[in-house]
Ligand binder design. Structure first.
Ligand code: ZN
Length: 190
């Protein structure tokens, strides 16, 4: 008989992660025109992965829900490790940019290092980019055309650097990428 706490079921852990992320991001808003609550974003990133067939990978979905908490809040990887287990903390660590490095170098490092990361980290990054580029189409933020095209070129370079990780999600990225390119052309013509 074990005296340790009973193992939490996977839905309970996922709900705990959602609760935790919602608390941590409670004062954050997305950059788009409608300034949606930030938590919509990690939910979308996790949901896209579940819907693409990864609904049985609990650590992946939990890490997807938590993927921005270390980068954007006071949460530490140690805290995530204690609450959600070492695997989740490792994956979140892999997708967390080092904020001590300037923005440009940080972005370049993602392109240079993504191929060497775990499959889970790559899948979260891919889903993150699909969500971000979809937001550019649906709720365009107030970015200059230069900033937007710089972001898109970077996103495409990241996805190219991990080519083959998940063909269905990659083609979804290619679709939204195409859409945002079309909508920018239309906006320019208008
Ligand atoms: Zn994100």
């Amino acid at each position: 008989m074990s005296t340790t706490q009973p193992e939490q079921g996977s839905s309970a852990r996922l709900l705990d992660a959602l609760y935790f992320a919602a608390e941590m991001h409670r004062d954050h808003r997305r950059k788009g025109a409608i300034a949606a609550p930030y938590i919509n974003h990690p939910i979308t990133v996790a949901h896209q992965l579940a819907a693409a067939g990864m609904d049985q990978n609990g650590d992946l979905l939990i890490a997807a829900v938590l993927h921005d908490v270390v980068e954007d809040t006071d949460t530490t990887l140690e805290e995530l490790g204690r609450r959600f287990g070492p695997r989740v903390a490792d994956i979140v660590g892999e997708v967390t940019d080092d904020k001590n490095v300037d923005w440009r170098s940080r972005k370049r490092m993602v392109v240079e290092t993504i191929a060497g990361k775990s499959r889970e980290a790559q899948l979260i990054k891919l889903s993150d980019l699909i969500a971000n580029v979809t937001d550019l189409v649906q709720h365009p933020p107030n970015w200059t055309p230069e900033h937007q095209s710089g972001y898109l070129a970077w996103a495409e370079a990241v996805v190219n650097a991990m080519a083959g990780v998940h063909p269905a999600l990659e083609s979804r990225f290619a679709d939204v990428f195409q859409q945002v390119r079309e909508s920018t052309k239309t906006a320019k013509r208008a």
